[in-house]
Design a binder for this molecule. Structure first.
Ligand SMILES: NC(=O)c1ccc[n+]([C@@H]2O[C@H](COP(=O)([O-])OP(=O)(O)OC[C@H]3O[C@@H](n4cnc5c(N)ncnc54)[C@H](OP(=O)(O)O)[C@@H]3O)[C@@H](O)[C@H]2O)c1
Length: 265
């Protein structure tokens, strides 16, 4: 694995899938900037866990929809570690609703978190990656965006799925644009995964266990279980370790995505 000593920013790295990614990358020797927005206690806890594993972590607060906060976050990582090798655009939220229920404000918020956020983070981080490319040989940077199977085939939560679909085409455009700098950009589309998504507050382990039980008993998962943050983290590690993949979408859903497509037909 070529990640030892690499500097990584994981947006929304404080809990759920982002925490799984942060911990897995730290275990492989990366220095991880754990971003959060509203719950500093989760970011502190994740950073503590990384340190207890013998890894290096910093907490990087920012609302990814704010250009000034993203600028500040990236500057703080550069101040501490002097470079950024990997950006994982993972921060996100979900809210229910079909066409007649979704308000204009909710629509704008969904686009802001899932599309504007990754755009702003890439805009701030990529100049550092390009500079590294001038100074060194090898890959200059890797960007991994976290979309959803709902962004591949739309589902009822239409503003969420639309934003996640946009993130896939943003990834493809960035991949073409940044290939000349040897920066690779890919997107992971998770299926349902144990996390706090959909709750404004962090969930208890008991609630996570209920989700696992529901998945086992639902018959909706060909592999018989819901995804775990580590399943997504393993795909992130794979993309970082490979130097000839860019512009691709990888679904990590235990077959849930294909089953869903069958049900749609
Ligand atoms: N779990 C699933 O089933 C699933 C499936 C497909 C795709 N995904 C995607 O996976 C990603 C991670 O979701 P999750 O399931 O791990 O959710 P989660 O447990 O609710 O975690 C969300 C994370 O994003 C952060 N965040 C939210 N809004 C932010 C903002 N404006 N700026 C910075 N950070 C922000 C949260 O920080 P605070 O807590 O501090 O606000 C938290 O760290 C999301 O993009 C989600 O859409 C999840």
């Amino acid at each position: 694995m070529n990640i030892k000593g690499k500097v990584v920013i994981v947006t929304g790295g404080s809990r759920g899938i982002g925490r799984g990614i942060s911990l897995s990358l730290a275990k492989e020797g990366a220095k991880v900037a754990v971003n959060y927005h509203r719950h500093p206690e989760n970011a502190k806890d994740t950073a503590k866990k990384i340190e207890s594993l013998g890894g290096e972590a910093m907490i990087a607060s920012a609302d990814v929809t704010s250009s000034s906060q993203v600028k500040h976050m990236v500057a703080s990582v550069i101040d501490k570690w002097g470079r950024i090798d990997v950006l994982v655009n993972n921060a996100g939220h979900i809210a229910g609703g079909g066409l007649l229920d979704i308000t204009e404000e909710e629509w704008d918020k969904m686009m802001a978190v899932h599309l504007k956020g990754p755009f702003l983070c890439c805009k701030e981080v990529v100049p550092h990656m390009i500079k590294q490319r001038k100074d060194e040989k090898g890959w200059a940077g890797k960007i991994i965006n976290i979309s959803s199977v709902g962004g591949v085939a739309g589902q009822s939560v239409m503003h969420y799925c639309t934003a996640k679909g946009g993130l896939i085409t943003l990834t493809q455009s960035l991949a073409r644009h940044l290939a000349k700098f040897n920066i690779m950009v890919n997107v992971i589309a998770p299926g349902p995964t144990v996390s706090d998504l959909g709750s404004s507050e962090p969930n208890t382990e008991e609630k996570h266990e209920q989700k696992r039980k529901w998945a086992r008993e639902s018959g909706k998962f060909p592999l018989g279980r819901i995804g775990e943050p580590e399943d997504i983290a393993n795909a992130v590690l794979f993309l970082i370790s490979n130097d000839y993949i860019t512009g691709e979408t990888i679904s990590i859903s235990g077959g849930w995505g294909t089953l869903y497509n069958e049900l749609l037909m």
